[in-house]
Design a protein around this ligand. Structure first.
Ligand code: HEC
Length: 148
């Protein structure tokens, strides 16, 4: 039952974090992306050999990514195109369906990893590359590059 406990803990954690978010969608989505970045970073450390491979931590990270990406596209209502140092590109509001598809593609990749988790670092490496391609493929179109 360890697996179930882990998922429940991760879900609860995210809900608690969501409740603690400020009301502004711009802040909410930046906070969500920080969580996705943190989860990705935890797996990257294992890939690079800086941390030992830990399947439970991989599943936890993938669960964070999956849950977050399910809610991420809802954080871009009309009227939140600017403000709060958002890096969201105007293209999001011009291509909502494509933007959402890219969010779901990452969620699906995370879900596939949860359903069939890697059992060693080589398995993690095989999964990590394709999974993180989803980050760049969305950012290049839908995230503004910071100046300077
Ligand atoms: C569906 C599109 C999409 C996908 C997929 C995506 N991102 Fe993002 N990401 C964004 C957008 C849009 C922003 C800017 C949000 C804002 O500033 O309002 C962003 C911002 C970020 C930030 C900066 C957060 C901050 O403000 O401090 C990080 C870190 C990040 N993404 C990491 C990742 C990683 C890692 C992945 C892949 C595992 C990923 N993202 C996948 C769209 C995406």
């Amino acid at each position: 039952m360890k697996f179930r406990t882990l998922i429940t803990a991760a879900t609860f954690g995210l809900t608690a974090v969501a409740a603690a978010y400020a009301a502004e969608p711009q802040e909410m989505r930046q906070e969500m992306m920080k969580h996705v970045g943190g989860a990705t970073g935890a797996m990257a450390k294992m890939v690079k050999g800086e941390d030992d491979f830990d399947q439970a931590k991989v599943i936890e990270a993938l669960t964070t990514i999956s849950k977050t990406m399910a809610e991420f596209p809802a954080q871009f209502p009309e009227g939140t195109e600017t403000g709060m140092e958002t890096e969201a590109a105007p293209a999001i509001w011009e291509n909502k369906a494509d933007f959402e598809a890219k969010a779901i593609a990452l969620k699906d990749a995370a879900d596939a990893g949860i359903a069939s988790p890697p059992s060693d670092v080589d398995g993690l490496k095989a999964m990590f590359g394709p999974l993180t391609k989803n980050c760049g493929s969305c950012h290049e179109t839908y995230r503004l590059k910071k100046e300077g």
